[in-house]
Design a protein around this ligand. Structure first.
Ligand SMILES: Nc1nc2c(ncn2[C@@H]2O[C@H](COP(=O)(O)OP(=O)(O)OP(=O)(O)O)[C@@H](O)[C@H]2O)c(=O)[nH]1
Ligand SMILES: [Mg+2]
Length: 261
């Protein structure tokens, strides 16, 4: 707890057995009330390692994708009465040591969401981000800033925090089940008028931390361009899927697949 707010860390996991323990061990537990991992039908022992670490472990019976996994994570966090939720990838790519910084930016009411940015400062390439991802990140960020009229240093980090209010209000069930989920969520944050803060974050690239290849990155990049254009159209009154008033929010009455005991 911090300032009376319950803090829950969520980990969307897929084949994370090799990096999970190291990631979990670096979480500064004083602030954190619960850690929840959703295993998206991994082919390895992710759920077993997770349970051994006493993490609340939820398992998908079939692979739902990165966005589908996050939907389950946020539902589980809301059901656990979280006030502040931080998504941390279990692949040890982002340092858990920033969790207190991220949480405190929301715990005292200053921000509704916080992004840990690899592009603030000068550490992305030094940390091993492939040059094509760096250039694409810069380009897509510039494009999206123009179309949203906002100013973020990146829209593509997987290390982010949200208040309960954000997770209850955004129509996250209407969002994509694949990687573009992350980008849609930021567009929705701006669309609903939430305040987003950024902290600088070192990044690490190594084999287990990075599975998205060039083709998948291209698909993601095109998705980002589409989200940016749809956001602008929505601002002009032309509404599509996630920007419609009846777009589905997270339904807490649906069952999470199963808790691994
Ligand atoms: N549910 C699900 N999650 C996945 C899948 N592939 C990767 N992930 C998870 O999505 C997150 C991001 O994927 P990564 O492979 O680490 O992506 P990356 O190459 O590091 O991406 P960048 O950091 O942007 O370069 C990780 O936490 C993975 O566990 C998948 O097929 N399904
Ligand atoms: Mg990664």
């Amino acid at each position: 707890m911090i300032n009376g707010k319950k803090v829950v860390i969520i980990m969307p996991a897929y084949n994370a057995e090799k990096t999970l323990k190291q990631t979990y061990d670096e979480i500064y537990k004083d602030f954190v009330d619960e850690v929840i991992l959703v295993d998206d039908n991994s082919q390895d022992n992710t759920k077993i390692v997770s349970k051994e670490l006493n993490i609340t472990t939820i398992v998908h019976k079939e692979n739902k994708g990165y966005g589908g996994n996050q939907k389950s994570c946020y539902k589980a966090a809301l059901k656990a009465n979280a006030d502040i939720v931080v998504m941390l990838h279990p692949d040890y790519q982002y340092t858990p040591k920033l969790i207190p910084a991220i949480v405190s930016m929301m715990a005292f009411g200053e921000y509704d969401a916080v992004l840990a940015s690899r592009m603030l400062g000068n550490s992305a390439l030094k940390g091993g981000m492939p040059l094509y991802k760096f250039v694409a990140n810069k380009f897509l960020t510039g494009f999206e800033n123009i179309f949203t009229g906002e100013k973020l240093s990146e829209y593509h980090t997987g290390f982010r925090g949200f208040t309960r209010e954000v997770l209850e209000k955004l129509p996250l069930d209407a969002c994509d089940n694949d990687f573009i989920f992350d980008n849609e969520m930021i567009a929705l944050l701006f669309y609903y008028g939430f305040k987003i803060g950024e902290v600088s974050c070192p990044t690490k690239y190594f084999k287990e931390a990075s599975s998205i290849n060039f083709v998948r990155s291209c698909k993601y990049g095109l998705g980002v361009l589409a989200v940016s254009v749809k956001y602008r159209l929505a601002k002009m009154g032309i509404l599509t899927k996630i920007f419609k008033p009846d777009a589905e929010k997270l339904d807490l009455n649906t069952e999470l697949e199963y808790y691994f005991q």
